[in-house]
Design a protein around this ligand. Structure first.
Ligand code: ZN
Length: 99
C-alpha cells in the first residue's frame, strides 16, 4: 500500500484524484500548454489585472522599454509570454552620450 522512496509527482496526485486520468501532461491542441498547469488567461479579468500590473511595473522600472505585448493563445487565451519593444531612440541617445 503506502510506499516511501518514490518520487510523488503531479501525475501521481492527478491519478490519485482520478484513477482514469491519462498519464503525462495533457497539452492543449491550440497552444501546447499543459492543461493542468495554472496558467494566466487573458480572458480572465482577474488574470488580466495581474498582467497589466506586471507590465506597468516593468515599464516604470525599465525606461528604455517602450511597450510590452502579453502574447497569448488566440484560441484559448492562455498567456504565453511577454514581448518587450525597446525604445530605439532612447538606446541611441544613451549610446551617443557614452561616446
Ligand atoms: Zn490555447
Amino acid at each position: 500500500m503506502a510506499n516511501g522512496n518514490k518520487p510523488l509527482d503531479r501525475d501521481y496526485f492527478k491519478r490519485k484524484a482520478n484513477p482514469n486520468a491519462k498519464k503525462g501532461p495533457q497539452l492543449t491542441t491550440c497552444c501546447g500548454v499543459d492543461r493542468d498547469r495554472d496558467v494566466l488567461n487573458v480572458n480572465n479579468s482577474e488574470d488580466w489585472k495581474l498582467i497589466e500590473q506586471h507590465i506597468e511595473e516593468h515599464l516604470r522600472e525599465y525606461t528604455k522599454h517602450a511597450s510590452i505585448t502579453p502574447v497569448s493563445c488566440k484560441s484559448c487565451g492562455k498567456f504565453l509570454e511577454y514581448k518587450t519593444q525597446i525604445d530605439i531612440d532612447k538606446i541611441q541617445g544613451y549610446v551617443e552620450k557614452s561616446n
